[in-house]
Design a protein around this ligand. Structure first.
Ligand code: ZN
Length: 246
């Protein structure tokens, strides 16, 4: 069974009654409940827990990590970011970055670019188009679906060219956005998915949860041969002049 850790900054829900009304269990609670129905072993972790809930032990037992943050990206300690980065790049832990997580320390570090975008909070309609219908993350997702009220995220999005683009969103106000993007960094697979503003119940939409669940399966790491090291000072396989074979 794939082991998922759902991470959430968990600040809006504590500070703003209108957000708590949408997500009384926290954004992490809603995502975790949705993913459990897809058959994963799910735990949650939040910013204010010791080590942000992301100890070596927790990450060591995590196949795929999902990340939601917004107003407190700067409070995420660099040593925890380093730990997550190593797990992704070296060990192949999957990472699903959601909505305003585009500005998180971990995502901007993995991308190496600004990750900037244009935005507007006008409760407008979003139409999410599946542009790679054969992709595993699009499995069971219709050609398009709509989110009745959303925050607009518009291009240009300051990311590197995605390895695979699975979804593009159109907004009522006229903009478009690359809303579902795949990246590989080292051994790890990363999926960015933009829907999920805190004041709308977007993580209760079955299509949205299905996409995150598909992304979890896609990002689940391939097992690595035990004891195999990628880096070492190695003797030649054949006799080499000048090499002193012991
Ligand atoms: Zn937002």
């Amino acid at each position: 069974m794939i082991r998922v850790t759902v991470w959430n900054e968990f600040r809006h829900e504590k500070m703003e009654p209108r957000v708590a009304a949408v997500y009384p269990e926290g954004i992490h609670g809603a995502i975790a409940a949705g993913l459990k129905e897809h058959g994963f072993a799910v735990r949650t972790a939040t910013l204010d827990e010791p080590e942000h809930g992301l100890s070596e032990e927790v990450l060591g037992e995590t196949d795929v990590l999902t990340w939601w943050g917004h107003i407190a990206h700067h409070e995420v300690r660099d040593e925890v970011v380093e730990r997550v980065w190593r797990r992704v790049v070296r060990d192949g832990m999957g990472l699903i970055v959601l909505h305003s997580g585009h500005f998180s320390k971990i995502f901007t570090r993995l991308m190496g670019t600004t990750c900037t975008l244009r935005w507007r909070e006008a409760a407008e309609r979003e139409r999410v188009w599946t542009v790679a219908p054969g992709h595993p993350i699009a499995e069971g997702v219709p050609a398009y679906f709509e989110i009745p009220h959303t925050e607009m995220y518009g291009e240009p999005f300051g990311i590197p060219q995605p390895d695979e683009l699975v979804f593009i969103s159109w907004y009522q106000g006229g903009e478009v956005f690359r809303s579902g993007c795949c990246f590989r960094r080292g051994r790890g697979r990363i999926f960015y998915f933009s829907p999920g503003h805190e004041s709308f119940p977007i993580y209760r939409q079955p299509e949205v949860i299905r996409i995150i669940a598909n992304a979890v399966r896609w990002a689940n790491p391939t097992p690595v041969t035990p004891g195999k090291l990628d880096w070492d000072n190695v003797p030649p396989l054949e006799p080499l002049p000048g090499w002193h074979h012991s």
